[in-house]
Design a protein around this ligand. Structure first.
Ligand code: SF4
Ligand code: SF4
Length: 171
């Protein structure tokens, strides 16, 4: 079974599915300030990403089962859609000088803290590489979904989706 088929079997979107849906950013898209990454390929009736975006940069439209489409020229990378998405399907990634950053939603307690050493994981929660927490935004407007920013080596930018915290000396 290919890694693409395996991801699909386990409920995570495969690279092929993301690419077909226009949801896999290129390395050029990720360079510098980076871009919002929406990984939502299931045609579900859902649109908080659209209603949360103050720029009209993320559109589902009608019918509500449309896949969300991002207009990167309108996106300010404010990150409001990250916490608003009930599917935890939105991140913001960027790459600069060999380092990558990801802003991702986090709904577990206790929250990580800036400076924590963590393990970066892929869409299935499998370990990818080491990383470090840069900041944690748990503002009230995020409705109890924290938006965490972590740094890790740029080579893993397409694989990384979230973190796994170290616990009791293990991971
Ligand atoms: S990051 Fe902000 S501007 Fe960009 S799509 Fe999300 S809510 Fe809209
Ligand atoms: S809010 Fe999230 S799950 Fe819902 S349509 Fe938008 S990206 Fe998909």
């Amino acid at each position: 079974m290919s890694s693409n088929d395996y991801l699909k079997t386990m409920g995570a979107p495969s690279f092929d599915e993301l690419e077909r849906a226009g949801m896999l950013p290129s390395l050029a898209d990720l360079a510098g300030r980076g871009c919002v990454c929406v990984e939502c390929v299931e045609e579900i009736p859902c649109n908080p990403c659209e209603t949360s975006c103050p720029q009209g940069a993320l559109v589902v439209g009608y019918p509500i089962t449309n896949l969300p489409v991002v207009d990167r020229s309108k996106c300010t990378l404010c990150g409001l859609c990250i916490a608003a998405c009930p599917g935890l399907a939105i991140t913001i990634k960027s790459v600069e000088a060999g380092n990558a950053k990801i802003r991702f939603p986090w709904e577990y307690l206790p929250l990580p803290a800036a400076g924590d050493e963590v393990e970066m994981v892929d869409r299935l929660g499998e370990a990818v590489c080491a990383g470090k927490i840069l900041s944690v935004n748990s503002a009230a407007k995020n409705n109890r979904t924290a938006v965490v920013t972590a740094a890790f080596p740029a080579a893993f930018v397409q694989q990384v989706a979230s973190i796994r915290r170290k616990r009791h000396g293990t991971v």
